[in-house]
Ligand binder design. Structure first.
Ligand SMILES: *[C@@H]1O[C@H](CO)[C@@H](O)[C@H](O)[C@H]1NC(C)=O
Ligand SMILES: *[C@@H]1O[C@H](CO)[C@@H](O)[C@H](O)[C@H]1NC(C)=O
Ligand SMILES: *[C@@H]1O[C@H](CO)[C@@H](O)[C@H](O)[C@H]1NC(C)=O
Length: 370
């Protein structure tokens, strides 16, 4: 990179941060791409104008046809993160202090992405990296199977295989995750230099590991579907193909991995080790999620860190779980408001041809954290 563009980078980043409340600038430059989810049609902007780091721009220029999949991958990951964490103190949102821009259309146009979590080395960081890397595998693989790409398609290694004696053969289109995995690695896995010019090798190793754990989750949840053929559904012959699970299932698995994530030692060693000394013998698997630092409790707002706190969040008065007012409000108590719903009800079909309804009102209590 030449000197002029090096100097321009921080300013560009500041601009992006202001526009999309994308904190991951500078050190976390490879996370700028998440901002793509908020672009209506990124293809129209061209690779140079998208929130990508220089290496990703390079890849984008060589493979511009992958832009819709990159955008879809970001969207999938963000949506799944919010869905998996919707009832928890950390709900995959950051403080909205800088989210004032409404110019960009789309579901994430005005909502900021992640803040503190992107480089804090916590379990939440681990989940974000894994789910985003998995989202990219999923969307790119989908696109290959849909025949939208020249360099990948259905899994051709399975063609003509199967077992005649067991009465089935591979057919149809099997999702080929290999290309998606390759692209996700290429796009996301590279060392980052932080603004001080130094790398934090533990955090880097952690992030790369969690990227891979996300991709492994997609591969692990591949399933085999079959269709029967034969006289009147006798199932004498079956055609089978491999397909990826829904992204929701992948999200569930990753949430499970998050809940069982492993804290690693922050001491720099050649290999990552568990922090707990008496557990060091237990191997770390490539599909485990790893973290270095303990999480904050996410209870109170911290604008600097982009933590919105749980004030104003809706809670469930009777639940004992994470969404219960007790836990979600961190013991601060809650306010109750009555919300009036008006809906059409007791609808009758009147011959001919209209439907007549009554207006019904109902009241529900809504509780929000103090
Ligand atoms: C494939 O391309 C078509 C046309 O560009 C698009 O509408 C469709 O969403 C794409 N499908 C996938 C899975 O990328
Ligand atoms: C950036 O480098 C400094 C110095 O090595 C380190 O303390 C800090 O944690 C690093 N930050 C990240 C995000 O890697
Ligand atoms: C609140 O929690 C209870 C117990 O878990 C559950 O049965 C109920 O459906 C929840 N209410 C809402 C509005 O989610």
């Amino acid at each position: 990179m030449d000197r002029a563009s090096l100097l321009a980078l921080p300013r560009l980043c500041a601009l992006w941060a202001a526009l999309l409340a994308l904190f991951p600038c500078g050190a976390q430059g490879n996370w700028m791409w998440l901002g793509i989810a908020s672009f209506g049609v990124p293809e129209k902007l061209g690779c140079a104008n998208l929130p990508l780091n220089s290496r990703q721009k390079e890849l984008c220029k060589r493979k511009p046809y992958l832009l819709p999949s990159i955008r879809e991958g970001a969207r999938l990951g963000i949506q799944e993160c919010r869905s998996q964490f919707r009832y928890e103190r950390w709900n995959c949102m950051v403080a909205t202090a800088t989210a004032t821009v409404t110019a960009t259309a789309g579901p994430f146009g005005t909502s900021p992405l992640f803040g503190y979590e992107l480089n804090s080395g916590t379990k939440e960081t681990a989940f974000i990296y894994a789910v985003m890397a998995a989202g990219l595998v999923h969307s790119v693989t989908r696109s290959c199977s849909a025949g939208n790409m020249t360099e990948c398609s259905c899994d051709t290694t399975l063609q003509n295989g199967g077992s005649a004696s067991e009465g089935w053969h591979w057919g149809g289109c099997s999702d080929d995750v290999q290309y998606g995995m390759w692209f996700s690695r290429k796009f996301l896995d590279f060392p980052l230099r932080n603004s001080t010019g130094k790398e934090n090798t533990i955090l880097l190793a952690m992030n790369l590991h969690n990227n891979e754990a996300g991709r492994q989750a997609v591969a692990k949840l591949m399933s085999v579907d079959c269709r029967c053929h034969g006289v009147s559904g006798s199932c004498a012959v079956k055609t089978c193909w491999k397909s990826m699970s829904s992204f929701e299932k992948i999200g569930h698995l990753l949430k499970d991995k998050y809940e069982n994530s492993i804290q690693i030692s922050d001491k720099e060693k050649r290999k990552m080790r568990r922090r707990e000394k008496d557990q060091r013998k237990i191997p770390i698997h490539k599909d485990d999620l790893l973290y270095v630092n303990k999480s904050p409790n996410y209870c109170v707002e911290d604008k600097k860190l982009g933590i919105p706190g749980t004030r104003g969040r809706e809670c469930n008065r009777t639940s004992e779980g994470a969404d219960g007012c007790n836990l979600l409000c961190c013991g601060r108590g809650y306010n109750t408001h009555v919300v009036r719903h008006v809906e059409r009800c007791e609808c009758k079909f009147i011959w001919c041809c209209y439907v007549r309804c009554r207006r019904c009102e109902s009241m529900t209590d809504v509780h929000t954290c103090k």
